[in-house]
Design a protein. Structure first.
Length: 144
């Protein structure tokens, strides 16, 4: 198993997480957030529950992806993580929030922003490009 050195430099052209691993991780995150949103809607009603569910989604993705690990619960399960393309480090909370906001645009436009990774050289979706990050396998880019 090859482990690349990425301390202090960009990680252009290295190993990337594939479409199905990313999809499965997003599916798991969707289940987690769907359950939370369903509970909120049952307690608060549809309007307030949906609004609070969106806020929780923003906090979930920003907190998990912006943290040093760079992983949501789904990504932890699938062994992938988000790193800065420029330096191989955590993208931080500001870039993680931008990533979440652009992920909504990626989905709204017929999912083209998500499918973009299938023909992109760095396997980046639109939200990855906006936050200048890549999704990588943990076995190649282990937690420090």
């Amino acid at each position: 198993m090859e482990t690349m050195s990425y301390a202090g430099g960009g990680i252009h052209g290295g190993a990337r997480a594939g479409f199905w691993r990313r999809f499965a991780a997003a599916f798991i995150d969707g289940i987690v957030l769907g359950i939370a949103s369903g509970i909120l809607k049952a307690i608060l009603g549809s309007g307030p529950g949906t609004g609070l569910g969106i806020v929780i989604s923003a906090v979930y993705f920003t907190a998990f992806i912006g943290a040093e690990r760079g992983q949501t619960l789904g990504q932890m399960t699938l062994g992938i993580r988000v790193l800065g393309l420029d330096d191989g480090a955590s993208i931080g909370y500001g870039r993680a929030l931008i990533r979440w906001l652009v992920s909504i645009v990626s989905a709204i436009v017929l999912l083209i922003g998500y499918l973009w990774m299938l023909w992109d050289g760095e396997k980046q979706c639109w939200h990855d490009k906006a936050a200048n990050d890549v999704v990588v396998p943990v076995q190649t880019y282990p937690l420090r």
